[in-house]
Design a protein around this ligand. Structure first.
Ligand code: ACO
Length: 382
């Protein structure tokens, strides 16, 4: 076995490597701090809207009222899908997983965007708006198709969260439901150089195109070690089934050294700041919707985890209470990760534009550990 060259670091998983600069989000994992452009996530979750947060991430400042109005108008004008994309959704297998459908459909949108190969900053910003605006229709459209229902067109008079829930359910959501989704969209919009954002930056750094970068990112988000964890939390809650079963199930899992989904984080060794507000919010939603069981079970799990493993720096992460929140507003489990994608498109697109502003091909090395000096053996002699 050879050794790595002396001047090169071997950092499996790149956990100790800084690979890019960003002005969008700041994370202090030891103290449980997340800021978007210097503003604490808690203040944004309490006071802002998803559209305003996207403006903040993309422009590095909060908009004035007229700027926010203009930005919102631009997004809403792009809500609807080209007819061939509606037709394509109709042609998809009904048993396909929504994340597969979403990845395919975002890629397909590129076929109907005349600016797909225009690499200018202005065109990339317009494409970012289009992808952000159209993703809700892709997800809701596929969900209605798989249930054999007619499509519901986007509501251009409503914000992204409200329009999405209207398309999904065929009726306007209550204010509580729309606000719950809006808060989740704010909390998931950007998070440093996470796996899917890194994947998006790698793709755009080759001077590919924005749609290819988003498609790469969606494929990367899908994995259960990344965006897929929120679905695993809901599966855990379903497995537990009832409040009486929380203590025995969790203790049994901890004894078996099983991971409790929705707890722990590679970066946060304190309470995930995204979970702090979401916990309060999940409680309020449970009260408003009368759907208290999931919140009560989640709260009990947290109590046990706090007693048993908080000393190791294991606390609830964003997925823990977002699962409860999504379920309380009636979303099916396999739509949880698409909700993450719908929000994180803001971060992915912002990072791609940031990467292009000071681009260098991202190309780490691999440490070769195979054999050397092997003879070539002709086919007939192997
Ligand atoms: N449940 C129980 N114990 C845990 C958990 C958990 N969820 N997470 C970590 N631990 C324990 C480990 O068993 C280990 O204990 P030990 O020291 O006695 O062996 C200790 O805490 C440290 O664990 P590591 O594996 O070193 O932690 P790491 O930082 O590598 O893992 C990860 C982070 C992958 C997120 C992990 O906590 C986990 O698997 N969590 C569950 C899945 C999940 O919720 N993922 C979503 C993350 S947030 C997001 O992607 C948006």
């Amino acid at each position: 076995m050879t050794t790595a060259p002396a001047n090169v670091n071997f950092d499996k998983g790149l956990g100790n490597t800084i690979a890019a600069e960003t002005e969008m989000s700041f994370i202090d994992g030891q103290n449980g701090i997340l800021e978007y452009v210097g503003i604490e996530i808690d203040a944004l979750a309490r006071n802002s809207t998803f559209e305003e947060v996207v403006y903040l991430l993309w422009n590095r400042r909060l908009p004035k009222k007229a700027e926010l109005d203009a930005f919102t108008k631009e997004i809403r004008a792009e809500y609807d899908l080209p007819q061939p994309i509606w037709d394509m959704i109709r042609s998809m297998p009904k048993d396909a997983k929504p994340m597969h459908a979403l990845r395919t459909l975002v890629s397909a949108l590129s076929l109907h965007d005349a600016e797909v190969e225009d690499p200018s900053n202005e065109a990339n910003q317009r494409k970012s708006i289009r992808m952000l605006a159209k993703t809700p229709a892709l997800i809701a459209g596929f969900d209605r198709h798989r249930k054999g229902k007619d499509f519901v067109k986007p509501d251009r008079n409503a914000d992204i969260a409200t329009s999405f829930l209207t398309m999904l359910n065929g009726e306007a959501p209550t204010e509580t439901m729309a606000r719950a989704l809006d808060v989740c969209l704010i909390l998931h919009a950007d998070h440093g150089l996470n796996a899917s954002t890194f994947a998006a930056r790698v793709t755009i750094a080759t001077l590919s195109d924005m749609y290819s970068a988003m498609t790469t990112a969606i494929g990367t988000l899908k994995g259960p070690l990344h965006g897929g964890a929120n679905e695993a939390v809901m599966e855990l809650l379903n497995e537990i089934g009832d409040i009486d079963q929380v203590e025995p199930t969790i203790m049994h899992k901890l004894k078996n050294k099983d991971r409790i989904m929705g707890f722990g984080h590679r970066v946060y060794k304190a309470y995930d700041p995204r979970a702090t507000y979401l916990k309060t919010f999940a409680k309020q939603i449970a009260e408003d919707t009368g759907n208290k069981k999931l919140y009560e079970m989640s709260s009990k799990i947290e109590e046990i985890m706090d007693r048993e493993v908080a000393s190791k720096g294991i606390y609830p992460n964003v997925d823990f209470y977002s699962a409860t929140t999504y379920a309380s507003i009636g979303l099916e489990i396999d739509l949880f990760t698409p909700m993450f994608a719908m929000s994180r498109i803001a971060g992915w697109a912002g990072h791609c534009i940031e990467q292009l502003a000071d681009n260098r091909l991202i190309r780490p090395g691999a440490h070769y550990v195979g054999p050397h000096e092997q003879p070539y053996v002709p086919l007939e002699k192997r």
